[in-house]
Design a protein around this ligand. Structure first.
Ligand code: Q0Z
Length: 297
C-alpha cells in the first residue's frame, strides 16, 4: 500500500487541512478524511504511514459506539456507499478512512481529561503544583497517576499551533456555567469509561482530548475520539513514573528523529522504511488490542 498524504476531491469544497485530517463541506454536512500523514515534534513528516488514517478512523468509530449511551455523537455514516452521489467518484480515497458527520456549533474548548501527569500537565505542575488551576498533592513525578482524573481544558490559540491551558472558571466565563459543567461532567465520564476499557487491554490512557459541539440543541461529541493522535496511550507493563513514558505508537519515530539529531525545524525529514513498518505495526496493534478486531489494510 502507498500512503495517502493528501486527499483530492475535485470540486468538493475543502474547508481545512489539519496536521493529519482533511475536512470538506458536503451539503449541510461535513466529511472528515484521515490521511496517512504523521506528525512528530509538532511537524508533519515527509513520509506517511500507509493505512494510519484507516486505523485511526476505525478506532474513533469503535469509541463512538462504546460511548453512545453516554452522549450523542456527530457521526452520520462511515460507509462510502451511503455517502451522497457527488462523493462516489472518490471512493478509493475515502474507503475506511472517512466519516460523514453532522455540522455542529463547536464549543471553543479542547476538553482534556488527565488521569496521569504528562506533557503540559507535568510542566504546569512543576511550576505551580496545579494543572489548569486544579491543586494537586506534592511529590508527583512525570508519569504519576493522579488521585482522580481531572478536567484540564485548553483554548485554541490564535496561531492555531499550541493550545493554552485554562482553568474551569475561564471556560465557564466563556461559554457559561451550565455548558461548562456539562462539558466537564461528560469529559470525565468518557475518560473513565475509556480508561477502564484500555486497562482491560493492558493499556494506560494517560490523557485525552474531546471536542464537543451543539446539534439540534444537544451537546454532542464531535471530531475524532481517542485516537492515538488525540490521546496518550502507554503500555501498562512498562509504566514507570519518574520520566517521560514511551509513546505507545510514535516512539520509534521519535527515537529515529533523535538519533539523526534533527533540529526540529522545517523541513521535517523522511522516515526509513523500517521505522514506517514498525510504526504501522504499533497502530495495528493498538487497533487490535482496543477493538479485539483485526484490520486488513
Ligand atoms: C472539526 C478538523 C478535520 C481539520 C471543525 N461536526 C463538526 N461540526 C463543525 N465543525 C467540526 C466538526 Cl467535526 C470541525 N474540526 C477539526 C477536522 C480537519 C480540522 F478533519 N474543525
Amino acid at each position: 500500500m502507498t500512503a495517502l498524504l493528501k486527499t483530492q476531491l475535485g470540486d468538493i469544497p475543502l474547508l481545512a487541512r489539519g496536521k493529519v485530517r482533511d475536512l470538506y463541506a458536503v451539503g449541510d454536512d461535513l466529511l472528515m478524511v484521515a490521511t496517512d500523514r504523521i506528525s512528530a515534534f509538532d511537524h508533519i513528516l515527509a513520509t506517511g504511514i500507509p493505512g494510519k488514517g484507516k486505523i485511526l478512523t476505525q478506532i474513533s468509530q469503535f469509541w463512538f459506539e462504546l460511548f453512545k449511551d453516554l452522549v450523542p455523537n456527530h457521526l452520520i455514516s462511515a460507509e462510502v456507499r451511503q455517502y451522497p452521489a457527488a462523493l462516489q467518484p472518490f471512493a478509493d480515497q475515502l474507503e475506511g478512512r472517512s466519516m460523514l458527520v453532522r455540522r455542529a456549533q463547536m464549543f471553543p474548548v479542547e476538553c482534556v481529561a488527565r488521569g496521569y501527569l504528562a506533557g503540559s500537565g507535568w510542566k504546569e505542575y512543576q511550576a505551580n503544583s496545579t494543572v489548569c488551576g486544579v491543586p494537586l498533592p506534592a511529590g508527583l513525578l512525570d508519569g504519576s497517576k493522579l488521585p482522580e482524573a481531572i478536567f484540564t481544558p485548553a483554548t485554541k490559540s490564535q496561531d492555531g499551533e499550541h493550545d493554552e491551558n485554562v482553568s474551569y472558571e475561564v471556560v465557564a466565563g466563556q461559554i457559561g456555567e451550565a455548558d461548562a459543567s456539562q462539558l466537564r461532567r461528560l469529559t470525565l465520564a468518557l475518560y473513565e469509561k475509556a480508561a477502564r476499557h484500555a486497562a482491560t487491554c493492558g493499556l494506560i490512557l494517560a490523557d485525552t482530548k474531546f471536542e464537543f459541539g451543539r446539534i439540534d440543541g444537544k451537546i454532542t461529541l464531535a471530531d475524532e475520539v481517542l485516537s492515538p493522535d488525540s490521546s496518550r496511550f502507554w503500555e501498562a507493563e512498562s509504566w514507570q513514573p519518574g520520566g517521560a513514558q514511551p509513546s505507545f505508537d510514535k516512539q520509534f519515530v521519535r527515537d529515529y528523529l533523535e538519533s539523526i539529531r534533527w533540529n526540529k525545524q522545517a523541513p521535517a525529514p523522511a522516515l526509513p522504511a523500517e521505522v514506517v513498518e514498525r510504526t504501522l505495526d504499533k497502530y495495528l496493534e493498538a487497533f487490535r488490542r482496543l477493538t479485539g478486531r483485526t484490520l486488513a489494510l
